[in-house]
Design a protein. Structure first.
Length: 99
């Protein structure tokens, strides 16, 4: 299932990150390290996201009751695909080059 509006408040995601209440998946970390980003740079990119960067919200492939927001943003000439979710913490699910 998909929709074109954010499921989660972007400000809530940013606040959780600033409060150090976030989790980065191993897949996301591997992908952004391969792109040359550090943990701090990834957090800066996410905190710089704006609502206009939202691409879509979609349900998780594993559980259709869990929503994930997908953002696109171009940084340093790289088109990024960023997938975020909130449980009790912000979760950075994907941070990779858009293909």
């Amino acid at each position: 299932m998909e929709k074109r509006i954010a499921h989660y408040s972007l400000e809530s995601i940013k606040k959780l990150i600033l409060d150090e209440q976030y989790f980065i998946t191993q897949t996301a970390r591997i992908d952004y390290i391969n792109l040359g980003f550090s943990d701090d740079e990834v957090l800066e990119v996410i905190c710089s996201l704006e609502s206009k960067n939202l691409y879509k919200s979609m349900t998780s492939l594993q559980n259709n009751t869990i929503w994930q927001d997908v953002y696109h943003k171009k940084i340093n000439g790289i088109d990024l695909y960023i997938k975020l979710q909130i449980t009790q913490n912000a979760i950075i699910i994907s941070f990779k080059e858009r293909t």
